[in-house]
Design a binder for this molecule. Sequence first.
Ligand code: ADP
Length: 270
Amino acid sequence: YVSPDPINDVEQEVKEWASEKKTEIDELKKQAKFRKEFLSNLSHEFKTPLFAIEGYVESLKEDDLDPEQAKRFLTKVSRNAERLSVLIKDLDVISKLENREIPLNIQKFDLTILVKEVMESMERKAQNSNISLVFKDKYDVPTFVKADRDKIRQVLVNLIDNSLKYGKEKGTTFITIFEMHEQVLIEVTDNGIGIEEKNLPRLFERFFRTDFSRSREIGGTGLGLAIVKHIVEAHDQTINVRSTAGLGSTFGFTLQKVKNPLSNIPLINN
Ligand code: ADP
């Protein structure tokens, strides 16, 4: 076969090649921008608690300090040190997840039991925030899923923790499991401050925090939801958020359901 118009063919090929290269370059540019932003966020996040520690330590050196004041400063120092240590831990988790250094340990387990366990472990924190944790399903209905149990625990902890941080005083956090055909959907719903629509697309980005959480100094690193998204996507599943400012938010993620829990994957019962 001889093409009727070889010059046109070559031209077409060159065009395709150029457009492919352009896409690659755009992608590299995007990654470079992302890295730059990440580093600048990172240094900002570290500087804030570090400067605070330096400031309080300076004040602690003053001679005429009364013990009450000294104690208050020391508490501040320890809070900021704690913040730095959480930041480092979260960053470590994120970088390991991104480099796929922590392989998924897929097991078959009863999600209902895990949810109940996580809720129990967070009950004290919920009471301190004056928020009730409510599981909307009956505890005795098992829902088997195939996933990395420890990582899904982390997802649940992060989502429930947020619902307590951004929830309404005397509010309620509902945890619901919906069974679908191939998957289950787990939703964590609060009736707290909610999220403005303009912030929804950026919510899962590393270090993203709304103005509200920054200004209120609610303890947090802005990494919790980025970790959640990584874990869910590593399972080839999806996470979504619906929210109305002032009314509350619902975070929902899916997991692969085990239709026949008696099949031969070992059953890790909790
Ligand atoms: P943080 O450590 O700041 O809580 P996250 O990554 O967990 O970091 O969340 C990012 C931001 O998303 C929070 O700072 C907060 O502004 C917003 N957010 C997360 N969960 C909720 C929620 N349940 N209700 C309202 N805002 C939320």
